[in-house]
Design a protein. Structure first.
Length: 431
């Protein structure tokens, strides 16, 4: 079989298997990414990659993985709006920072104890990747559990938003420190200044777009652009140019393209692009990303995992199990404890802790960047992706028993509320 035919066969198996198995896992009440990752594991070097000859395609798949990573980070940014960030309440902000910062700091110590051969910087990177809550995966789980439109679901989505913003920014700082050959204090100072410069640029662009909204000439210019532009899907093309420009800018600053792609998506809102254009852009972008790049990305992440590197000895297996247990319990205990302190019920707190332990695209995209830059090796990459697989699998299983009590409480509250005037505001524990 020639190289081109083998590449098409490998791509066919990865995407076809990811779509079908992802749908199967979704019907079983799990996140589809779990099935998509498992397809990649089966077709990768862990099981069938060598017999089928697919492991020879690793180099060809790297370019596709880069492109998929770019699209997924743009999608993550498009799911967030500046208005949503501003509207995040105190409860969501406190919980979001807590479920990122505490697992991140304590996780670095745990990673260093379980994997003493890894450097302190690598321990921080690994700890960072297992400290993120997946915003899209959380949204899917809340929707499947019937909690997405509740106050409880809104607070969790805001919490995950804060968590994701903090993680992406911290990742940028760590990468800048890692690439700086100067002393530690100097590297930290340069990293903070560089990230501040990038975020200031993003904020300046956002404020500029906000100001243009109030200028009538801007709307006339936009309408003239729409009428005169002959190429189809011009809005999508502009989105790609903006995303690639931001990725190039962040790459130039030493912050990796991942950060630029994420924040570029955040700038494209219905207000800045126009509601009609934003709807059209989002439709095309979602179709391409969800229909092709997301299943391909998770399948390629699974393809890059090689559990054979962990060996069959007890030590590595126990270390992996210990890290997975920490990743799950740190979110459950910290998230549940902080939520309880904010006045949520016991059932809400435990349900929140389990749901916030789900992982997804952003941390895996970070792991892909770390692997491609040579910061972590294939074995650590396998561990990070494996931890994400385990925690995402267990998150809905752990949360489901508490959902019944939450929905029953909400139903009873709604029935009582229908017999008396609605209260002007509700505490976090109510709906």
């Amino acid at each position: 079989m020639d190289a081109t035919t083998l590449f098409i066969v490998g791509l066919f198996l990865l995407i076809g298997g990811a779509v079908l198995v992802g749908e199967l896992f979704s019907r079983l009440g799990q996140a589809s990414l779990v099935g998509q990752l498992l397809v990649g594991v089966v077709l990768g070097p862990t099981l069938l990659g060598d017999p089928l000859g697919l492991t020879n395609l690793s180099t060809q798949f790297q370019s596709l993985e880069f492109l998929a990573t770019f699209f997924i980070l743009m999608m993550a940014g498009l799911a967030v709006t500046p208005r949503q960030i501003r509207s995040t309440g105190a409860a969501g902000t406190v919980l979001g920072i807590a479920i990122f910062l505490l697992p991140f700091l304590t996780g670095a110590v745990v990673v260093h104890l379980l994997y003493p051969a890894e450097s302190s910087m690598n321990a921080l990177f690994v700890s960072l990747t297992i400290s993120i809550t997946a915003l899209p995966v959380l949204g899917v789980m809340l929707r499947e559990l019937g909690l997405l439109d509740s106050r409880f679901g809104t607070l969790l989505m805001n919490t995950s938003l804060v968590n994701e913003l903090a993680a992406v920014t911290t990742f940028a700082i760590l990468l800048r420190i890692h690439s700086d050959p100067s002393g530690t204090l100097g590297a930290v100072a340069i990293a903070i200044v560089t990230v501040a410069l990038f975020l200031s640029s993003v904020l300046a662009v956002h404020m500029g777009l906000e100001s243009l909204r109030h200028v009538r000439v801007w709307y006339r210019w936009v309408e003239r652009f729409r009428e005169s532009w002959q190429s189809r899907e011009a809005g999508f093309a502009v989105l790609m140019v903006v995303g690639l420009g931001a990725a190039l800018y962040s790459q130039f600053l030493g912050l990796t393209f991942l950060v630029g792609a994420f924040y570029a998506g955040l700038l494209v809102t219905p207000e800045s692009a126009g509601r009609r254009e934003h709807r059209s852009i989002s439709f095309v972008f979602d179709a391409i990303t969800w229909g092709f790049f997301i299943p391909l990305f998770f399948a390629l992440v699974g393809f890059g995992m090689n559990f054979r590197l962990l060996g069959l000895s007890v030590g590595p297996i126990l270390a992996f199990a210990g890290l997975a247990a920490f990743a799950l319990l740190s979110k459950v205990l910290v998230g549940g404890g902080v939520a309880r302190g904010l006045g949520w019920t016991a059932n809400e707190s435990m349900c929140a802790g389990f749901l916030l332990s789900s992982r997804g695209a952003v941390e895996l995209a970070m792991a892909v960047i770390l692997l491609s830059d040579g910061i972590i090796g294939p074995s650590i990459f396998t561990i990070v992706a494996g931890v994400g697989l385990v925690t995402t699998l267990l998150a809905p299983i752990g949360a489901r028993p508490f959902v019944r009590s939450i929905t029953a409480y909400r139903r009873g509250h709604d029935e009582r509320s229908s017999t008396r005037p609605l209260e002007p505001s509700l505490p976090p524990r109510e709906f």
